[in-house]
Design a protein around this ligand. Structure first.
Ligand code: RP5
Length: 170
């Protein structure tokens, strides 16, 4: 479950997570960003094991040109909220399913931000990671007609797949 090296020299999106064990979930976001041709980096930035690196990452995010940070964590998942506390770059939080409470703990930790520091919170697990990436694509697409066309085509393919489902019932 190795995360890819952060090789992209000018990423638009940061995909960060509390542990390499989160990668199985967070790679869903990476796959969407790759599909849309959005430059991203993927890193482990553990809130409780690497707090100084976490703050440094958040503090540098804007100047590095990041347009959004997709942050996934499990358990007492303080990574998205603490990143958001240190940057105005939008933080999209992904609750990773945890061993004992199946990610309900992660969801509550991420979604219940006190007023003033928002974290956009997505579904627990793979759907949340993929949707966070699609949301980031939608944000970037507001200023990028080419990306918007790709997003429209993605939606149209989903519609076609759903429309074909009735045939599967026969
Ligand atoms: C959190 O603790 C991580 O985000 C992960 O979801 C969870 C377990 O981490 P590991 O024990 O697998 O490193 O910090």
């Amino acid at each position: 479950m190795q995360t890819p090296a952060p090789t992209n020299p000018s990423p638009q999106i940061g995909v960060v997570m509390g542990s390499s064990s989160d990668w199985e979930t967070m790679k869903q976001a990476a796959e969407i960003l790759t599909e849309f041709g959005v430059a991203f980096e993927a890193r482990v930035v553990s809130a409780h094991r690497m707090p100084d690196e976490m703050f440094a990452y958040a503090e540098a995010a804007s100047a590095r040109g990041l347009k959004a940070i997709i942050a996934g964590a499990g358990g007492a998942a303080h990574l998205p909220g603490m990143l958001a506390a240190k940057t105005t770059v939008p933080v999209l939080g992904v609750p990773v399913a945890s061993r004992h409470l199946q990610g309900v703990d992660s969801l509550h930790s991420i979604v219940q931000m006190p007023k003033g520091i928002p974290v956009a919170t997505f579904a627990i697990g793979n759907a949340g990671a993929a949707n966070a990436a699609l949301f980031a694509v939608a944000m970037l697409a507001t200023g990028d007609a080419g990306l918007l066309a790709k997003l429209d085509a993605f939606r149209a393919r989903q519609t076609a797949v759903a429309q074909a489902m009735t045939e599967e019932l026969r």
